[in-house]
Every structure is written in C-alpha cells, then in structure tokens.
Design a protein around this ligand. Structure first.
Ligand SMILES: NC(=O)c1ccc[n+]([C@@H]2O[C@H](COP(=O)([O-])OP(=O)(O)OC[C@H]3O[C@@H](n4cnc5c(N)ncnc54)[C@H](O)[C@@H]3O)[C@@H](O)[C@H]2O)c1
Length: 373
C-alpha cells in the first residue's frame, strides 16, 4: 500500500513510518515541521530516506490534496498539542484538518481505503470514578482552592458519597477538561461519523501518554519521561508535582506502533475508537524511580515539590480490553521506554538548559502553581 502519514516527521508518526516501510509499504509524509517540536524547523535526521517527504500544513487544502492523491490509506497524526493558550488553534489544526481530509476524499473521489486518526486519552478527562455507594461519577476539573490546600483527591459533589475511587476507563467515556481533549473528541466524531456516512473505513486511536525516543525535547508541557530524563541528565532531582501518587498508564512507542499497524490491517477495527494504553497503573513517583534507575540513581526517593500544575488529571487509567480483543497487547515496560529514550536523548540533547526554558514558560503561563504555606 501507499500510505500518507500527516505529522509523520514527529515522534509517533516517524516510528509508524519505519514499521510500515519494514512491512514493504510505501510511505509519504506531510508535515509542517512545527516549532518548538522541531527546533529551527529542520527536517529530523531520523527520518528514513525512503519516505517521500512533503512539507505543508494540514490546514492548507492544496497541500493536503497533493499529499492525499495516489495514496491508499491515511494516518492523520499532525496535531497542535502543547499547553499553550492558543485555544482556537487546537480546533483548526486538529479538527478542521480532519474534516478537510474527508471533504477532499468525497469531492475528489479519492480511492482511500482507510483513515486512522490520532485521538488521545485527554478525551477521558479525569476518567471514570465510583463513589462509596458504587454510583458512577465523571468528575470535572479539580478546584484550584483544593489544590492550593494540598487536597489532591477528587472531592465528592452534590449527592456523591466519598471517598471516590478511580476506575479503568473505557471508550464510552468522553469528558475532556481542556481544548486539546475537546478538539480530539471532535476529531474522533468528525472521522467516525463522516467515515460511516461515506463508507470510508475510519478508526480513532486514543493514545495514553506515549514514551520513547524522538519525543521532542522542546515541548514545554508534555512528557514525564522527557522531563525526568532531562533532570537526571543534568544532575538535578526531578520536580514531582502534587504528592507523586498520581496514577498513569504510560505506553511504549513500539506498542503504539503495533496498535497502529493492527487497525490498518484488521477490518474489525473499522468505524471504532480504541484506547491504546500500557494496561498497567503506575504512579508518577514510581515512574520517577524507574527513570532514576535507568540513569544509575537507584536510591532516588521522589519528594513532593509543593507544586502542582493546574489542569492536570489526578489519576487516569485507560481500559484497553477493546483493542486487546483484536489480538493486540502492550508488551514493553516503562523501563524499556526510558532506556530507549535515554539512549536517544544522549545523542540528541543540546548543551543548553531546556528544562530551565520550559520552566520559565510554564511559570509565565501560570500553569505551575504552589500550595499555600
Ligand atoms: N505523544 C503522546 O503521548 C500522545 C498521546 C496522545 C495522543 N497523541 C497524538 O498523537 C499524534 C502524534 O503525536 P506525537 O507525539 O507524535 O507528536 P509530535 O509533536 O512529535 O508530532 C506531530 C507532528 O505534526 C506536525 N504538525 C503539527 N501541526 C501541523 C500542521 N498544521 N500541518 C502539518 N504538520 C503539522 C509537527 O511538525 C510534528 O512533526 C498527535 O495527533 C497527538 O495529539 C500523542
């Protein structure tokens, strides 16, 4: 097959491209080489020379049409995803571009057999909880007053009876807390609804936090793996927000690539959305210790910094039963992810202090806040 990957110069896209090439497919990439993901707007050296590379914006109709002509399938991975206050850009980059893909397929009668869009765990927001009576709760954003007081757990409201307990959350939940998550819900809906309406097999992939080499060193917000690794790399203890007991289900990049290939090949995936997570609850503190081990700091003990990021989810664990039913399962550990990241970072890390720059940006945006007293 000839396959287009939008955003294919990035982290997940470039690894997906490598795997598709290894299977004998032809790969074309459309990418704007967005900053700060790509420092200096340069084409990354890791891109396989076999890839047909087109520079262009997915919002640009002419560029997108040129990239879509002659391909059999599309992975739509290009996205705006940092924690920046350009609210409208989440929608123009992530949603309008998705609608444009379908508009062009329908209008130009392009013989595209499948469209796979990158969605996100951010669609789940705080995920599913049960209260003490077993009643389902979909919590909203935690209140800043609670966070300032160091109350990290989700608090019951109305008739809910505490304590509330987080649950593995499946694909039926849609409760985004920010513009990124809201844009991803819209992106999924646009793809699956237009797909069904025009018989264009379509799939939405809700990735959890993906870890591995090539994840940009420069995004201010994303990536505990990046931030903790850079901290150990420059000899600093990583900053742990809240109490370090937040639960995540980090997923290895190769498990994500396996999932991407699986849904391309398997028609049972058509018109469905799938959580793609690590299937294992791990706390941020435990994860920091894993990073410490990879960097030779076996005795590292995470300590709360007295800071928090307003808008972060407390716990999130995606239920991946649906994708496992297709025969996929995550097989790599967080230790594997961090080791691969470290090996890559040590060839790619620049001399300047990236952490200091991103800390300054987060402070300027008012995202990182301190508890009272
Ligand atoms: N990495 C994660 O942990 C994660 C988690 C959930 C969802 N996702 C989603 O997966 C997809 C890929 O993420 P990633 O981590 O590889 O990101 P990335 O930033 O490494 O790659 C995205 C690529 O898209 C390109 N791009 C951005 N705007 C563009 C535009 N307007 N036109 C053309 N290209 C553009 C960028 O230059 C970049 O190369 C995204 O849709 C993202 O929202 C990622």
């Amino acid at each position: 097959m000839k396959i287009l990957i939008t955003g294919g110069a990035g982290f997940i896209g470039s690894h997906t491209a490598d795997a598709l090439l290894a299977q004998g497919h032809q790969v074309r990439v459309l990418d704007i080489l967005q900053q700060p993901v790509h420092r200096g707007g340069e084409k990354p050296a890791y891109l396989d020379p076999e890839i047909e590379f087109m520079i262009g914006d997915v919002r640009d109709e002419a560029a997108l049409l040129a990239a879509m002509r002659g391909v059999d399938a599309v992975y739509h991975l290009a996205a705006f995803q940092d924690y920046l206050p350009e609210f409208s850009r989440f929608f123009s980059t992530n949603v309008t571009s998705t609608a444009l893909i379908y508009e062009l397929i329908v209008r130009e009668k392009l013989p595209i057999q499948k469209v796979i869009v990158a969605s996100s765990q951010a669609c789940l927001g705080e995920g599913l909880y049960l209260d003490a009576n077993g009643t389902r709760v979909l919590p909203g954003l935690r209140r800043d007053d609670d966070l300032r007081a160091g109350t990290w757990a989700i608090q019951p409201t109305g008739t809910q009876v505490g304590p509330l307990q987080y649950q593995p959350t499946d694909e039926t939940v849609a409760n985004p807390m920010n513009c990124y998550g809201t844009s991803k819900i819209a992106e999924e809906n646009v793809a699956l609804n237009l797909g069904r309406m025009y018989d264009i097999p379509s799939v939405a992939m809700r990735y959890s936090i993906v870890q591995g080499p090539r994840q940009s060193l420069y995004n201010a917000y994303s990536g505990a793996c990046r931030i903790f690794s850079l901290s150990f790399h420059v000899g600093r203890a990583p900053v742990i927000y809240e109490d370090g007991n937040q639960v995540r289900d980090f997923v290895n990049y190769l498990d994500v690539v396996d999932a991407n290939l699986k849904v391309l090949e398997d028609d049972r995936a058509n018109y469905e959305m799938f959580n793609v997570g690590g299937d294992k609850a791990i706390t941020v503190g435990e994860f920091a210790q894993t990073v410490g081990q990879v960097f030779g700091h076996n005795d590292f003990e995470p300590k709360a910094s007295g800071k928090y990021r307003f808008g972060d989810t407390r716990h999130i664990l995606s239920d991946v039963t649906k994708l496992k039913a297709l025969g996929w399962k995550p097989t790599r550990s967080t230790y594997d992810s961090v080791t691969a990241y470290r090996n890559w970072m040590e060839t790619a890390a620049p001399a300047e202090d990236i952490l200091e720059q991103s800390d300054k940006m987060m402070a300027a945006l008012g995202v990182v806040r301190a508890v009272d007293g």
